[in-house]
Design a protein around this ligand. Structure first.
Ligand code: CO
Length: 424
């Protein structure tokens, strides 16, 4: 089994402890192959044959290439860069019983709480400071990158019911221990040191806890990969790899990673925002095309909304639909939902199946059990801004929204190949 891509994925996951780091890493991958960075607050010059990218909030990124000649439509692959985690609140230090300093945190997204306990955690995100030269607000990435905090469980002796189901109270059970009393007043100083700024210079922050456990490729023949944030950085990574490898000659090709999917997408950098719409229409404007050209292109376009899917769980095989049963390393999962929580319909499913057939990549299907409510994703939300043929897909994984998720080595390769074919 060729595991070059999955090793690269492991590296990408480990170096992307927050959505800001994920965007930064993608940005560096694009700069390395001579993509030009555009800024929303500056004029754009776009040329046929050019390759560009733009970010919003430094957490969402859209990269695109323009064909040399006039093009019939667009090929867009969208995923998300955020993952459920605990966010550090303002005034984070909490002195407890005269002996401990804990950090005050709140939930970002819907995570599994239990696996966050009893393991080394650290802090990553960004701080905002005013640049002394220009006076502009600038953000500095922060990754403490050492075992810094931990959320200890309560001993089974003090909760004999611990193994009979437990309701976690995020304000009581999930606050991490940061230090003894000598740690008092040092947390923001630690953050400032990491950012290379004075503590007083920090005017704002977006900081999250993350799991310190490194990515692991494991199993009888190394067929599984486990790490935090596979949902949805596995898709974001495969999308970018396929986008870079694809020839991108015929269509306007777009790799798009949005933020805040885990909290409903309703932010300026989320799928419900105008980020994708603004970028696509602006490309058309800058190429001297009309609004009608944009609408004609849209009608001849396809979007892949890529967000990980649930594989059949080996210990809970009854939780999956009786006839649509995705397995790890069985191929890319096409997601269906009659109520259109997923946008896939007969047409977009056919288009995607055809791409996978040409690429020689197997596909599987996911539909919720009819007696279970499912999740949602960014495809149908994005369609309220940019409406086009869209297929919802993902890679099969276990333990979604745990800080240590599990997916397939081979599946990563499958999505890269399908994305490359999509962008051909
Ligand atoms: Co997701």
């Amino acid at each position: 089994m060729d595991d070059t891509s999955v090793k690269e994925l492991a590296q990408f996951l480990e170096s992307s402890p927050s959505c800001f780091h994920a965007a930064e890493n993608m940005k560096n991958m694009l700069l390395k192959v001579h993509f030009e960075q555009l800024y929303e607050n500056k004029k754009w010059t776009i040329r046929p044959g050019g390759r560009y990218f733009v970010t919003r909030n430094e957490s969402a990124l859209i990269a695109f290439t323009v064909p040399e000649h006039s093009f019939p439509g667009m090929r867009i692959m969208a995923s998300h860069g955020d993952s459920p985690a605990f966010k550090i609140k303002e005034n984070p230090e909490l002195e407890t019983d005269g002996h401990y300093i804990r950090l005050n945190v709140e939930r970002y997204g819907g995570m599994l709480c239990a696996p966050w306990l009893d393991r080394p955690l650290s802090v990553a995100g960004r701080v905002i400071v005013r640049d002394p030269g220009s006076g502009a607000f600038v953000s500095r990435l922060v990754n403490i990158d050492r075992d810094l905090v931990l959320i200890p469980n309560l001993a089974v002796h003090m909760n004999r019911e611990a193994n009979n189901g437990y309701k976690y109270n995020p304000q009581k059970d999930m606050l991490p221990l940061y230090g003894d009393l000598t740690a008092k007043g040092t947390f923001m100083k630690t953050i400032a040191d990491c950012a290379g700024v004075d503590e007083e210079a920090i005017l704002g922050h977006d900081l999250f806890l993350y799991n310190r456990e490194r990515a692991s490729i494991w199993g009888a023949s190394g067929e599984f990969i486990s790490c935090g944030r596979l949902d949805d950085l596995q898709c974001a990574f495969a999308s970018l790899k396929g986008f870079l490898a694809g020839k991108k000659q015929k269509y306007l090709s777009v790799h798009c990673v949005l933020d805040n999917e885990e909290v409903g997408s309703g932010t300026k950098q989320g799928a419900a925002s105008t980020f994708l719409y603004d970028t696509l229409t602006r490309i058309h404007d800058c190429l001297g095309l009309t609004r009608e050209d944009y609408l004609i292109h849209l009608a001849d376009s396809l979007m892949i909304s890529a967000d990980n899917a649930h594989a059949v769980h080996p210990n809970h095989t009854d939780k999956a639909d009786p006839t649509n049963r995705p397995y790890i390393n069985g191929g890319i999962v096409i997601k269906f939902n009659a109520n259109q929580k997923y946008c896939t319909d007969g047409v977009s499913a056919a288009m995607f199946r055809d791409i996978c057939r040409t690429a020689g990549v197997p596909v599987q299907t996911f539909v919720n059990r009819s007696d279970m409510a499912g999740g949602s994703t960014l495809g149908n939300i994005s369609n309220t801004q940019v409406a086009l043929n869209t297929v919802d897909i993902g890679l099969p994984q276990l333990a979604m929204h745990s800080p240590y998720e599990t997916a397939g080595v081979q599946d990563t390769e499958y999505l890269i190949r399908a994305a490359e074919e999509f962008f051909k």
